[in-house]
Design a binder for this molecule. Structure first.
Ligand SMILES: Cc1ncc(C[n+]2csc(CCOP(=O)(O)OP(=O)(O)O)c2C)c(N)n1
Length: 570
């Protein structure tokens, strides 16, 4: 191997891992790497973002779409601090991601040199919820070892983010270190005995429910899950923001278990006598705050299949714990022979009927978001990717869009289980850039959108939304941090504090960044506006006005306030 700066060797290592784009904000701390990107610009792209939070969200979207680590580069302390939101979101979503961070030269360590931070302390595994592993490259010669470990660690077991610090003096050293081959994650197959135990649990059940989700799925695994569900006629629910694990159009689909759960599905989780949790963490969102499944000993029988040993038995005393990667688990389950007749046919049919009934909603004026979401799905191509951040607006998206199973076109949902506001626009930009033939629709709240609105410029700069697919952002403007307002009305009725917003003209804002933009005030205006966005050759923002009174897809602000006041006077 010819000698070259370690910064170049790092870029070569990324290329060998199959990386074609990295997201970041440049810093003087890693100039040698930026020079490596220049050297290899015909094979890999450095996408210059406008804030590290946006860059890290883009890398998360890259990780979700590809199943391999998303790549983010940031400079020392300030860059790392800004990127933290993306790291935390990747952790909660179990998204493989590598955050490369500039670090001061070895000879300056521990002096609180310019922008110096100890990333092991800042993000270390002991910090619960930020990174699986934090490493610091010790020498140019060992760079390949560190990079390979970062890829393995991000993908293996429960996938997640890792941080690799890059001391400046290491990056400029000349090295003949080799480029290691592409890393494949070591996968865990379920042991045959455990599969038989799972079969026995199924055979003893009357009202089983499968909840699928989490990370590590691929198209074959999703197809195998469908085959397993069909063979056993199992109703399948999806974990919060993992709705594309199972095709939402399938007759066994029961809905998603998360914020704003269909009350009929919540009841069904409660009434099930066996829950098979496949790939999902049994966290607060999936368990209805540890109530649908009571902690630590649920009323239902529980079989939990997860890739991370540390997630198994973490909260719940389950009847069966099974460690397996999601790329393998469903394929193994598919081999389990089902008996000729199953006692729960009516239960499974009712589960899907509840999902279908939940698609119907009374119409509202002047802006009906149920109609909007259904229109989007009717007009958008079937392989459309939907992205969102956090806020009540996402409830309409999750409820009315039927996410296609990822066996058909790969992931169709990019959304943070962490509930991180600002995720949707950067994720949409990344998806559009990485898979330019696909249409990407971002649905955002007004509060949510402005957290990362600067990435409108990234989209314009990198040419996102100008391939065969379209890039469309729908901003739902209710002049409020509506979710918080809703919680306020529940807990402190009538005392509005800190949740009102003074908004810009979103259409004018987007136009200033070179986007097409249109304001939509009434439901009837939406369909032509969305059709025009699909026909346009550049990204479009649609600015939808919504009365904050329509606070969720299920109720109004005044009803929530009145109920709270009634509770007080009782
Ligand atoms: C980064 C971040 N900050 C704060 C919150 C708390 N939070 C959750 S939802 C929400 C309001 C979202 O407002 P908006 O995007 O306007 O959507 P709406 O709820 O009005 O539909 C806030 C502040 C969060 N989840 N993430």
């Amino acid at each position: 191997m010819n000698a070259r700066p370690a910064g170049h060797a790092l870029v070569e290592a990324l290329i060998a891992q199959g990386v074609t784009a990295a997201f970041g904000v440049p810093g003087e701390s890693y100039l040698a790497v930026l020079d490596g990107f220049f050297e290899h610009r015909d094979r890999i792209r450095f996408v210059a973002c406008r804030q590290e939070g946006g860059a890290a969200f883009m890398a998360d979207a890259q990780g979700k779409l590809s199943g391999r680590p998303g790549i983010c580069f940031v400079t020392r302390g300030p860059g790392a601090a800004n990127a933290a939101v993306g790291l935390h979101s990747a952790f909660q979503d179990s998204t493989p991601l590598i955050l490369f961070v500039g670090q001061v030269a070895g000879g300056q360590r521990d002096r609180e040199a310019f922008q110096e931070v100890d990333y092991r302390q800042m993000f270390g595994p002991g910090t619960l919820g930020m990174a699986k592993w934090v490493g610091e490259v010790q020498s140019a010669e060992r760079l390949p070892e560190y990079v390979a470990r970062a890829f393995h660690t991000a993908m293996q077991g429960r996938p997640g983010p890792v941080v690799l610090a890059l001391p400046e003096d290491v990056l400029t050293q000349s090295t003949a270190a080799p480029v290691l081959p592409r890393v494949s994650p070591a996968l865990a197959w379920p042991p045959p005995q455990a599969l038989l135990e799972l079969r026995a649990l199924l055979l003893a059940a009357q009202r089983p429910l499968l909840i699928a989700g989490g990370s590590g799925w691929d198209g074959e695994a999703a197809q195998a899950l469908q085959a397993f569900a069909e063979a056993w006629q199992l109703p399948v629910a999806c974990g919060f923001r993992f709705q594309d694990c199972f095709d939402n159009r399938h007759a066994l689909y029961a809905g998603d278990v998360g914020i704003g759960i269909n009350p009929a599905l919540a009841e069904r989780v409660h009434d099930a006598d066996l829950i098979v949790a496949l790939g999902v963490r049994l966290g607060e969102m999936t368990t209805g705050g540890y109530t649908l499944l009571q902690a630590p000993r649920p009323a239902q029988k529980l079989a939990h299949v997860h890739a991370g040993a540390e997630e198994l038995g973490r909260v719940y005393a389950a009847d069966l714990l099974l460690q397996a990667s999601m790329a393998c688990a469903a394929k193994a389950l598919r081999t389990l022979a089902a008996p000729p007749s199953l006692p729960w046919a009516a239960w499974a049919q009712a589960a899907h009927a509840d999902y279908e009934a939940n698609q119907i909603a009374p119409s509202v004026e002047p802006m009906d978001l149920a109609v909007v979401m259904k229109t989007v799905q009717r007009l958008a191509p079937p392989d459309t990717v939907y992205t969102n951040g956090a806020g009540n607006f996402s409830g309409w998206l999750h409820r009315y869009v039927r996410y296609h199973g990822l066996q058909h076109h790969g992931r169709t949902q990019l959304a943070p289980t962490s509930g991180a506001m600002g995720y949707g626009l950067p994720a949409a930009v990344a998806a559009s850039l990485l898979q330019p033939q696909r249409t990407v629709v971002n649905v955002a709240g007004d509060g949510d959108f402005l957290m990362t609105a600067q990435e409108l410029a990234t989209a314009t700069g990198c040419g996102a939304g100008r391939g065969g697919g379209r890039l469309i952002s729908i901003v739902v403007d209710n002049a409020s941090y509506g979710t918080i307002r809703m919680h306020q009305e529940r807990a402190y009725p009538g005392r509005v504090s800190g949740s009102e917003l003074c908004n810009p003209d979103f259409a004018a804002l987007a136009a200033a960044y070179g986007w097409r933009a249109q304001r939509v005030d009434r439901t009837a205006q939406f369909e032509p506006a969305f059709a025009a966005a699909l026909a346009a050759g550049r990204p479009t923002l649609l600015h939808l006005k919504l009365d904050a009174e329509l606070i969720t897809s299920r109720g109004t602000l005044s009803a929530i306030r009145e109920a709270a006041l009634r509770r007080r006077s009782d």
